[in-house]
Design a protein around this ligand. Structure first.
Ligand SMILES: NC(=O)c1ccc[n+]([C@@H]2O[C@H](COP(=O)([O-])OP(=O)(O)OC[C@H]3O[C@@H](n4cnc5c(N)ncnc54)[C@H](OP(=O)(O)O)[C@@H]3O)[C@@H](O)[C@H]2O)c1
Length: 248
């Protein structure tokens, strides 16, 4: 078991949605939290909730931001949750620009931060959590290149874990695949699009989705994950309203 209190935790994409729930949960568990996003107003309201939360306004796709913030804070826990809102349209209504939105954000963020985490490197015993999506397994026909981008994040996390092992860095990289939830902008748009696609109202669609993941349950699941000894941790977990479920 590893107590998150006192372990500097850098949450990339913490202004709203699932990332905000993660930042709040780690701060409540006693970790000094660095919350990163591009919108200062959202970060300011987050920082007002807990004196243990510091904020940094930065674009996480920017390589300079990644190495600067890792050098400045030397986090022992790094959580990559930032991602773009996919453009919800059927394939034939996508353009290459709309189709590839998540490749230029989510994939670039995973690549950039994991690369810098390995090069620095983060201190031995560090944990990195990459928030991918259940869409990486199931596909997502109404969101262009989103599912493929989230699948590529899984590969990048796996490659980074292998490089850490080969270099004896003792950094544990874990991928989380949340189910769609309206408690974040990405899922909210997904619910709207898939409800319309299946001829149901959003309420009907959500009722059929079972226990919904919230920002709070996401935060407590990640605190639980980081508390567990790395040796007992699986490389990947699905995350639903009922909690974490390891992938084989
Ligand atoms: N919600 C779901 O149902 C669901 C399901 C599966 C997976 N996910 C994944 O979970 C993650 C969060 O989803 P969400 O629904 O909570 O999204 P969200 O509500 O849109 O929140 C995304 C957060 O990331 C920040 N962000 C985005 N791009 C950034 C960048 N380039 N640099 C810095 N910060 C950035 C946003 O702030 P700024 O815009 O101010 O920068 C915001 O604080 C995404 O990776 C998403 O793919 C979500």
């Amino acid at each position: 078991m590893s107590d998150p209190s006192g372990r500097t935790t850098l949450v990339v994409g913490a202004g709203r949605g699932l990332g905000r729930g993660i930042a709040e949960a780690f701060a409540e568990a006693g970790a000094p939290v660095i919350a990163v996003a591009r919108t200062g107003a959202e970060l300011a309201t987050l920082a007002a909730t807990n004196a243990g939360i510091r904020t940094e306004i930065a674009d996480a796709t920017d390589t300079t931001a990644a190495w600067t913030l890792l050098d400045r804070y030397e986090p022992e826990v790094l959580i990559l949750v930032a991602g773009a809102n996919p453009v919800m349209r059927p394939l034939q209504h996508q353009t290459w620009e709309t189709f590839s939105v998540n490749w230029h954000s989510d994939v670039k963020i995973a690549f950039t931060w994991l690369r810098e985490a390995l090069l620095k490197p983060l201190p031995p015993g560090s944990r990195v959590v990459v928030v991918s999506s259940g869409a990486a397994i199931n596909g997502s026909p109404a969101s262009g290149g989103y599912a493929g981008a989230k699948a590529t994040q899984r590969f990048i996390a796996e490659y980074a874990q292998d490089e850490s092992r080969r270099a004896g860095l003792d950094i544990t990289v874990t991928t989380i695949l949340p189910r769609m939830t309206p408690h974040g902008d990405v899922g909210r748009r997904g619910v709207r699009a898939y409800a319309a696609r299946s001829g149901r109202t959003e309420e009907e669609f959500l009722k059929a989705s079972g226990d919904l993941l919230t920002a709070e349950t996401t935060g407590s699941a990640l605190v639980e994950l980081v508390r567990a000894a790395p040796a007992t941790s699986a490389p990947e977990y699905l995350l639903a309203g009922t909690g974490l479920q390891r992938l084989p």
